[in-house]
Ligand binder design. Structure first.
Ligand code: FAD
Length: 519
C-alpha cells in the first residue's frame, strides 16, 4: 500500500499549493480497504485478477476530472505512480480484466449513482419532446440500463436498442457497442447516442456530438474506454410498446435457419410494420445443458428427442411488439410472418409477456444461476462477428467440427445476423466488411478447474478461423499483444492510435484492455 499512501500525501501537498478547493475534496475519496480492493480486482469473467492500489469513489463528475488532471501533472506524478493507470469500472461485467488497473486506481463509477440526481450528477432525465431530436433521455455513464428502462417507461417511452442483460452500465456498453436482437433494425446502442459528456485522458470535460468535438464523439463510441470517461450520454427514445409476442422456432437444417434469419432482418426500416422487432438465435446441443423452461411441459420430451436426434438444433428467437392499438391485429401479423418461414413443423412456440419482462428476461436466469451458485464462476467467453459469406463454414468447422465433439459441458451459444448499414463506421467499434454479418457468442460458464480447458477450445476455434480464412472480428475483444490489436483494428488502427495521442497522451485510461500497455 506504500504507493497509495504516497499518492494521498502528495495529493494533500498538491492541494495545499493550489487555490482549487476541489483538490482538497478528492483526497478522502480513495479507499484501500480489503473489500474495495477485492471488488475492483475481479470481474464477471473470474479469470483475471489485478489488484489496484486504491479505489476512487467519486461523488460527482468533477471529482473524476480533478483526479485525471492531477494524474497528468508531471510535477507530482510520473509513470510509476498509481495515477498513471486509471480504469473506470461500471458493473465490472467484463470477462477479461478490461476494467482493472494493476497497481493503479479503479474509479468506481457506481459511486456516482449512489449520489443520485442532484446539481452535480445527471442520474436519469427524460425529455419527452425536443423540436430537433424528438424524445431523449440524459443518463449518467454510471447508470444501469434496467433503471433507464424503468424511468423511460414511466413516460411511455423507451430506447430502441438494447443488450440482452440490463444490469450493466451505459458507459460500459457504449465503450463496446451494445448489441441485441434490435441491432439489425436500429443499429447497436452506440448508434442511438446524440451527445455525450466525456472527461478525456487529459482531464478536459468535453461535450461532444456529431457536430461538436466530433472526433472525440466517434472515438469514444466503441472506444474501449481509451479516450475518456463518459459521464453523460443523450440517448434517443421512441414510444414504448406495452407487450410482446416472444417466439422460438426450431430448425435442424442450418441453411434453412440462416435463410430465414436473413429474410427477417431484410425488413429493417425504422418504421417497418410488417417485420419483427427483435431477432436473435441460439443453439441447443445434445451435450446440454438444455434449459427447457420456456416451453410447455407437454412439449419438453419431444424437444429433447429432436435435439438428441439432430445433435444440434438451431433456434430463431424473435419478438413482435404490440400495444392497445395493435392488440387486435398482432396475432394475424405474426402468423403472416411465421407462414413465410421453414422451421420444423410443430416446433414453433409463442409466449405473451410485458415489454419490461421481455427486455429484462436474462435477470430471471441470473436469479436461477445465483441460487445454484453458478453466477459468480469463470466465464471464458468468446464473442465473434463473422461475415455472412463465411458463417456456413463456421457452422461446419466450429459448431459441428469442434463444439459438438467436446466432452466438457457447453454454455449458451447465440448466433444472429445484423446489417452493417445500421452501424456508423466512423465510430471505433470494429465490424466485418460485409453488408450482413453474424454475431456468434460462445458464452461458456465453468468451474475454476475447467476454464483453461475451455479457453483451449476457444484458441482452437480462433485457429480454425485463421486457417480457413474466416475474417472474424472479436466483439468485447481481448488480446495480449499489440500486434493482435493492430490486426483487430486493421485500417482503423492508425486513427485509433492518433486519437489516443490526442485525448489520452499519457496512456492513463483503461489499461486493463492492454491495447497501449501491458499493465
Ligand atoms: P465494465 O466491465 O465495468 O467496463 C468495461 C470497459 O469499459 C472497461 O474498459 C472500463 O474501463 C470501460 N468503462 C466503464 N465505464 C466507462 C465509462 N463511463 N466511460 C468510459 N469507459 C468506461 N454486451 C452486449 O453488447 N450485448 C449483450 O447482450 C450483452 N450481454 C451480456 C450479458 C451478461 C450476463 C454480461 C456479463 C455481459 C453482457 N454483455 C453484453 C457485455 C457487456 O456489454 C460489457 O461487458 C460491458 O462492458 C459491461 O458493462 P459494465 O458496466 O460492467 O462495464
Amino acid at each position: 500500500m506504500g504507493n497509495f499512501i504516497l499518492v494521498v500525501t502528495t495529493l494533500l501537498l498538491y492541494s495545499a499549493t493550489t487555490t482549487s478547493q476541489s483538490l482538497n475534496l478528492i483526497s478522502d475519496k480513495f479507499q484501500n480497504d480489503t473489500e474495495s480492493l477485492e471488488l475492483a480486482s475481479t470481474d464477471y469473467g473470474h479469470i483475471f485478477n489485478e489488484t489496484p492500489d486504491a479505489v476512487f469513489q467519486p461523488t460527482s463528475p468533477n471529482d473524476i476530472k480533478t483526479l485525471i488532471q492531477i494524474a497528468n501533472d508531471d510535477k507530482y506524478f510520473g509513470t510509476t505512480s498509481p495515477l498513471a493507470s486509471i480504469a473506470p469500472r461500471g458493473q465490472g461485467h467484463s470477462v477479461r480484466g478490461q476494467a482493472m488497473a494493476r497497481r493503479g486506481i479503479v474509479v468506481n463509477m457506481t459511486s456516482l449513482a449512489r449520489h443520485g440526481n442532484n446539481n452535480y450528477n445527471i442520474g436519469i432525465k427524460v425529455v419527452k419532446e425536443n423540436f430537433h431530436l424528438g424524445p431523449y433521455v440524459d443518463v449518467g455513464g454510471e447508470q444501469i440500463w434496467i433503471d433507464v428502462l424503468r424511468d423511460t417507461l414511466k413516460h411511455s417511452l423507451s430506447p430502441v436498442s438494447w443488450t440482452d442483460y440490463l444490469y450493466i452500465t451505459v458507459g460500459g456498453t457504449l465503450s463496446n457497442a451494445g448489441i441485441s436482437g434490435q441491432t439489425f433494425r436500429f443499429g447497436p446502442q452506440i448508434s442511438s447516442v446524440h451527445e455525450m459528456d466525456v472527461i478525456t485522458g487529459k482531464g478536459d470535460l468535453v461535450t461532444c456530438s456529431r457536430n461538436n468535438a466530433s472526433e472525440l464523439f466517434y472515438a469514444v463510441l466503441g472506444g474501449l474506454g481509451q479516450f475518456g470517461i463518459i459521464t453523460r450520454a443523450r440517448i434517443a427514445l421512441a414510444p414504448a410498446p406495452t407487450r410482446v409476442k416472444w417466439v422460438r422456432l426450431f430448425y435442424n437444417d442450418f441453411l434453412a435457419f440462416k435463410k430465414d434469419q436473413e429474410k427477417l432482418i431484410s425488413k429493417n426500416g425504422r418504421k417497418e410494420k410488417n417485420g419483427v422487432d427483435y431477432l436473435e438465435g441460439f443453439l441447443l446441443m445434445r451435450q446440454g445443458p438444455l434449459d427447457l423452461s420456456f416451453y410447455p411441459t407437454a412439449d419438453q420430451l419431444r424437444i429433447t428427442s429432436l435435439v438428441t436426434q439432430s445433435g444440434i438444433v438451431y433456434s430463431i428467437e424473435l419478438a413482435k411488439y404490440y400495444d392497445d392499438s395493435t392488440q387486435n391485429s398482432v396475432d394475424k401479423d405474426l402468423q403472416i410472418l411465421l407462414d413465410q418461414l421453414s422451421f420444423v413443423p410443430g416446433f414453433g412456440f409463442v409466449k405473451d409477456v410485458t415489454y419490461e419482462d421481455f427486455l429484462n428476461r436474462v435477470q430471471s436466469e441470473e436469479e436461477k444461476l445465483r441460487e445454484l451458485q453458478r453466477w459468480e464462476i469463470p466465464h471464458p467467453w468468446l464473442n465473434l462477428f463473422v461475415p455472412e459469406s463465411q458463417v456456413s463454414d463456421f457452422n461446419s468447422g466450429v459448431f459441428k467440427g469442434i463444439l459438438l465433439n467436446q466432452s466438457v459441458p457447453m454454455g449458451v451459444f447465440i448466433i444472429y445476423p445484423m446489417n452493417r448499414n445500421k452501424w456508423d463506421v466512423k465510430m471505433s467499434a470494429v465490424i466485418p466488411e460485409e453488408d450482413v454479418f453474424y454475431t456468434i457468442g460462445l458464452l461458456h460458464s465453468s468451474s475454476y478447474s475447467e476454464w483453461e480447458a475451455i479457453d483451449e477450445v476457444n484458441k482452437q476455434i480462433l485457429q480454425f478461423c485463421h486457417d480457413a480464412g474466416i475474417q472474424a472480428k472479436q466483439y468485447l475483444p481481448h488480446y495480449e499483444a499489440q500486434q493482435d490489436w493492430m490486426d483487430h483494428f486493421g485500417a482503423k488502427w492508425k486513427h485509433f492510435q492518433q486519437m489516443k495521442t490526442q485525448f489520452d497522451p499519457k496512456k492513463i485510461l483503461s489499461p486493463g484492455q492492454k491495447i497501449f500497455s501491458n499493465l
